[in-house]
Write a protein that binds this ligand. Structure first.
Ligand SMILES: [Zn+2]
Length: 441
């Protein structure tokens, strides 16, 4: 290197000199990599072909037939999850999650009995939950959203997400039968196509039960790689999350981005900081509305000529691609469920000794944390560019002008896993109230 280049490098401010850690400083866990390798495209295909064989999985379709309709589909999913549980020494708690909702899109507005299927991997802290779901109901909504009898294969929408979540339950259960720090709920929702009904009752139930949901993910249409115009992309996936520092949607997107770069760098994660595609919705939205960090995984290229139509068939789903998305799901979910929770609240104070150029950052202690890290980025930077380990403290003097950057605080567990970040000074975010001064009137 020429001398003046070295000098130039030395003069670059700290924020720029530490090259963007695309992996967000997450630490590789060999057990996660081993589990990812077991996600099997052939199993995904076989499972999706069974889902398609039920003819229609419309929420209002037959529930009594053993071979056709939404009832047969949910009983088969339940049975598959029970088998996965038996194979991991009964590590999963498999259940039907039920409720009812008014189908407001139907002209007669009937109240409908809704049945989701869920498999729980209980964590050491069962009050904290990571949710990963997909919807097993299907429709030919582009023709008639209330047609509950005609074939609606839904192989991609959302057979692809359904089988990914079922495969994750099997593989994560097998590799982590003792559970993780937080509980993981693998959920197959009904009623998505009629207005996110199944995910809404599940999200409300978790809230009613007083669970803290660290993050809620949905896999929805994750298997198409050829667009209607002939373009092909099997090497990237979109993750949709609302652009909110206070709610943590964008922090969650950065976490998935980092986990992808760490565990599956050849498969590009494309964060899109909006809740969903324009005019569209998904099963992460009910969680988002409850203030929970929520994110949707969707294929890079959609084929709108097949969605919600009888042509959404198995031949047009790429199962090697579904497997890549499922592996990304696995890396993200297991990392987050292995980490401590993020700090609930933060506070900051301008440092007088530095003439206001540094800031004292404070945060709530997190149970199970052995240390903390401060992550720094310019307000216009897509992800963090500097990571500052603080040790096991809850207050740290940071040599950054906080006016000009975003700083996130995260907890580090004894196992090396990192929590989501809580952004310091995020509008609407939790703040530690100023300390009450005692003794100096
Ligand atoms: Zn869908």
């Amino acid at each position: 290197m020429r001398p003046h280049l070295i000098l130039a490098a030395l003069l670059v401010p700290a924020l720029l000199s530490s090259q963007a850690p695309s992996t967000l400083g997450l630490q590789r866990d060999a057990r996660i990599a081993a589990a990812m390798a077991e996600v099997d495209p052939a199993r995904l295909r076989a499972m999706d072909s069974v889902l398609v064989s039920f003819g229609t999985r419309h929420t209002m379709s037959d529930t009594l037939s053993a071979t056709r309709g939404v009832g047969a589909a949910r009983r088969w999913i339940h049975q598959q999850l029970l088998q996965a549980s038996r194979d991991c020494g009964n590590c999963l708690r498999v259940e039907y999650d039920t409720g009812s909702a008014v189908i407001t899109r139907h002209p007669e507005r009937p109240t409908w009995h809704l049945v989701n299927v869920a498999a729980w991997l209980p964590g050491r802290d069962t009050s904290r939950v990571i949710v990963i779901g997909g919807h097993f109901d299907s429709c030919i909504c582009s023709i008639n959203s209330m047609d509950a009898t005609s074939d609606a294969p839904g192989a991609d929408d959302d057979g692809s997400g359904t089988v990914a979540v079922m495969e994750l339950a099997r593989v994560v259960g097998k590799h982590f039968p003792q559970g993780l720090e937080a509980s993981v709920a693998f959920v197959l929702y009904t009623g998505e196509e009629l207005g996110l009904l199944g995910s809404t009752i599940f999200a409300q139930r978790l809230q009613r039960e007083g669970k803290t949901v660290t993050a809620a993910f949905t896999d929805d249409i994750i298997g198409n790689v050829v667009a209607d115009d002939g373009r092909v992309d099997s090497t990237s996936v979109r993750v949709f999350a609302v652009d909110s520092l206070a709610l943590g949607g964008s922090e969650l997107a950065r976490y998935v981005w980092g986990a992808g770069a760490l565990y599956q760098p050849e498969f590009e994660v494309i964060p899109v900081l909006r809740l969903d595609r324009l005019g569209r919705g998904g099963d992460h939205a009910p969680f988002h509305r409850l203030g929970i960090p929520a994110l949707r995984f969707s294929e890079r290229l959609e084929n709108y000529k097949r969605q919600h139509l009888p042509t959404d068939d198995l031949a047009n789903v790429s199962f090697p691609y579904v497997a890549k998305v499922a592996r990304l799901n696995l890396a993200t979910v297991v990392s987050l469920a292995s980490a401590p929770p993020r700090p609930a609240r933060t506070a900051y104070a301008r440092d007088r000794d530095s003439g206001g150029q540094a800031f004292t950052i404070r945060w709530d202690a997190v149970p199970g944390a052995v240390g903390y890290e401060l992550l720094v980025r310019r307000t216009t930077a897509p992800t963090y560019t500097r990571i500052v380990p603080t040790g096991n403290v809850t207050e740290f003097l940071l040599d950054e002008q906080l006016d000009d950057v975003w700083v996130g605080v995260r907890a580090v567990g004894a196992n090396g896993h990192r929590s989501l970040t809580t952004v310091v000074g995020a509008p609407g975010g939790g703040r530690i109230p100023p300390a009450r001064r005692t003794g100096d009137n």
